[in-house]
Design a protein around this ligand. Structure first.
Ligand code: CAA
Ligand code: NAD
Length: 303
């Protein structure tokens, strides 16, 4: 019916326990901010080594945050880090880690089949009330949700890298996401001290739908010999107030990820082909294994 019968109008599911799948760059960031804001969090990955990597990402990020929050006070820094870490459990047992979850956030590899397999399994073992979310950058939320029988309790929570720093979360509702589920997701974002915006289930949602074609056109400027990457970066930082230029940003996001997104969208055929037309410069760097920051070399060198 159009009228909600739940006792709490705003947060019908009252999310307390969050389980995050994937302890990579994004998963670790999401776990961190959830823990910082008093949610009980379980971080799940395939093996102990991956979990250890996630814990290291969180520890070093928390050290930065602690130093900023409590400059010159080592004891308070340590207390803050210990308190946050105490909110985090780790697990390699997907089933056990889902038993108490009010909300599951998936941040595993960007592969539709893999995500569908995970959610199909979780649908059978997670409680009835548990909300499911994906942090996918480029796959349709509706396609992932199809693997479950809870499309009404399925949505997108799209965080940005670096998660502890970026204030935005895109909350994606499909045609089937219920109002209660959507309200709960918006509420979770606010309690994580993020600013949510709402978007339909479209390629790239809002941010990537604008950012990816912008980066691709920057590459074309260079490919046409009109300007150097350095000059384009300086131009966009000083002329448009962006914190990073498009080449710095492409290296930051990962050139392999950039290529994966545009190739995927081209195949899907839902957005103007010209916006995602291949660029040789990008394809070559990726073929050489130069993925940007994470590989030590992209448009710029990193060490
Ligand atoms: N936790 C973890 N990493 C942090 C961090 C934190 N709390 N704060 C900063 N960082 C990292 C940065 O990644 C970078 O890494 P290294 O130190 O290892 O080189 C470094 O810290 C830069 O931080 P600085 O302190 O020098 O700079 P800053 O704090 O002033 O600003 C920034 C850093 C917030 C990243 C800023 O440059 C910025 O806003 N850049 C644009 C980022 C952006 O557009 N992100 C979205 C990418 S698109 C996306 O995420 C969606 C997708 O689906 C692909
Ligand atoms: P990543 O490669 O750093 O981490 C992925 C982690 O998932 C790895 O630790 C891997 O072991 C784990 N994993 C794989 N399959 C799993 C499974 N079945 N169960 C549990 N864990 C599993 O990737 P990332 O950059 O953190 O990206 C994760 C997701 O977030 C992707 O969907 C990506 O598109 C999206 N995303 C990425 C960014 C970005 O800038 N990197 C930004 C926004 C969204």
């Amino acid at each position: 019916s159009a009228f909600s019968t739940s006792s709490s109008a705003y947060a019908p599911y009252n999310v307390k326990n969050i389980t995050v799948f994937g302890s990579g760059l994004m998963g670790a960031g999401i776990v961190q901010i959830a823990a910082q804001n008093a949610f009980n969090v379980t971080m799940v990955d395939l093996n102990p080594e991956a979990l250890k990597k996630g814990q290291d990402i969180i520890t070093s990020s928390l050290k930065r945050v602690a130093k900023k929050q409590f400059p010159e006070d080592a004891a308070q820094q340590k207390a803050f880090i210990d308190k946050t870490m105490a909110q985090i459990k780790t697990s390699t047992d997907s089933e056990a880690a889902s038993k108490d979850a009010d909300l599951i956030i998936e941040a595993i590899v960007e592969n539709l089949k893999t995500k569908q397999q995970l959610f199909s399994m979780l649908d059978k073992v997670a409680p009835e009330h548990t909300l499911f979310c994906s942090n996918t950058s480029s796959l349709p939320i509706g396609d992932i949700a199809k693997a479950t029988k809870r499309a009404d309790r399925f949505g997108g929570l799209h965080f940005f890298n670096p998660v502890p720093q970026m204030k935005l979360v895109e909350v994606i509702r499909t045609e089937e996401t219920s109002q209660d589920s959507f309200d709960s997701l918006m509420d979770v974002c606010t309690r994580m001290k993020k600013t949510p915006v709402s978007c339909k289930d479209t390629p790239g949602f809002i941010v990537n739908r604008l950012l990816v074609p912008y980066i691709m056109e920057s590459l074309r400027i260079v490919e046409r010999g009109e300007a150097t990457p350095q000059d384009v970066d300086v131009a966009m930082k000083l002329g448009a107030g962006f914190p990073m230029g498009p080449f710095e940003l492409a290296d930051f996001v990962g050139l392999d990820t950039m290529k994966f997104i545009v190739d995927g969208w081209r195949k899907e055929g839902k957005i103007d082909d010209n916006l995602v037309a291949p660029v040789k410069l990008l394809d070559e760097l990726v073929a050489q294994g130069n993925f940007g920051r994470k590989s030590g070399q992209g448009f710029y060198p990193y060490n």
